[in-house]
Design a protein around this ligand. Structure first.
Ligand SMILES: C[S@@+](CC[C@H](N)C(=O)[O-])C[C@H]1O[C@@H](n2cnc3c(N)ncnc32)[C@H](O)[C@@H]1O
Length: 266
């Protein structure tokens, strides 16, 4: 009998049932083109963290390129992906914008989850999936050496809760990768910039997080920065189309002192 906190692996036969967020080489299929191609600078992307023998929790894997890459480097990975019940934190614009986004999101998310399982099977991956949300990480998931949150925090209303929840389960390192906002970083202010505007109708992105804020918050949670780097990734707004650069950062935080979370209220 399967463990109820982990999803039963799904069989997805057809690539056309998938949306590939990541460009990946898949055995028996070849190269699939996704929105982001992270293959060239993966060491930088991971902040040179050694995953050999590590138990890793990854929040928000999308098609799983980072999952499978950490696994290939010797990690035992558990991913937390949104369930059918909990999708994304949409910015609460009024209808019909939200309605359109919601209608488009559900089939997109199903295809995104399919892309993970499609690749998982063909790579013989042992990575386990917990469907739920970074807002609620059950203690039954156990302890982890490393927690990875890559390009997920900007999409969540309460990124601090997700970092906290991850930190509560992690004994060694947190790896945070997110969009780099130069103006915010140069200000040195420990802050988050609120991105949505009525005019830009940005439904899926809430925040740019300042490195200064992450350092301060991490210190509160018992972690200290050991690595910070900036890197440019290319993404294709339309799959298979022209790519655009996106500046990102990787911050690696190491646990320096034990920290006991107060019980969660939600
Ligand atoms: C922009 S993709 C990033 C994918 C991958 N981590 C990367 O950096 O290439 C965001 C991912 O986070 C997931 N996600 C969004 N909100 C989440 C939440 N509250 N808890 C867990 N995952 C979430 C999305 O479904 C998606 O898989």
């Amino acid at each position: 009998m399967s463990d109820p906190i982990y999803a039963e692996p799904r069989t997805v036969e057809d690539a056309s049932d998938c949306f590939f967020y990541h460009t990946m080489e898949i055995p028996g299929v070849g190269l699939v083109e996704g929105t982001f191609d992270l293959r060239e600078s993966l060491d930088d992307y991971f902040g040179a963290v050694d995953f050999e023998g590590k138990r890793v929790i990854e929040v928000g894997p999308a098609s799983g390129y980072l999952t499978f890459s950490m696994e290939a480097r010797g990690a035992d990975v558990v991913v937390i992906e949104t369930s059918e019940e909990f999708t994304w934190d949409a910015v609460p614009y009024d209808l019909p914008l939200l309605e359109t986004w919601g209608t488009e999101l559900l089939p997109y998310m199903q295809k995104l989850r399919n892309s993970f399982w499609f690749t998982h099977r063909r790579l013989n991956s042992k990575a386990r999936v917990h469907y739920g949300s970074g807002y609620s990480l059950p203690d039954e998931l156990g302890r982890f050496d490393v927690g990875l949150m890559s390009c997920v925090l900007l999409h969540t209303r309460d990124p601090l809760a997700i970092i906290r929840n991850c930190a509560a389960l992690v004994d060694e390192r947190l790896v945070i990768i997110d969009i780099y906002n130069e103006e915010l970083d140069q200000s040195g202010i420990p802050a988050m910039t609120f991105c949505p505007r009525r005019d830009n109708e940005m439904v899926h992105t809430w925040w740019h997080l300042s490195p200064a804020m992450l350092r301060e918050y991490a210190a509160i949670l018992g972690f200290e920065e050991v690595h910070f780097s900036r890197h440019v990734q290319r993404f294709a707004p339309v799959q298979g189309g022209e790519t655009e650069p996106q500046e990102q950062f990787t911050m690696v935080l190491e646990r320096k002192r034990p920290w006991r979370p107060i019980p969660r209220r939600s």
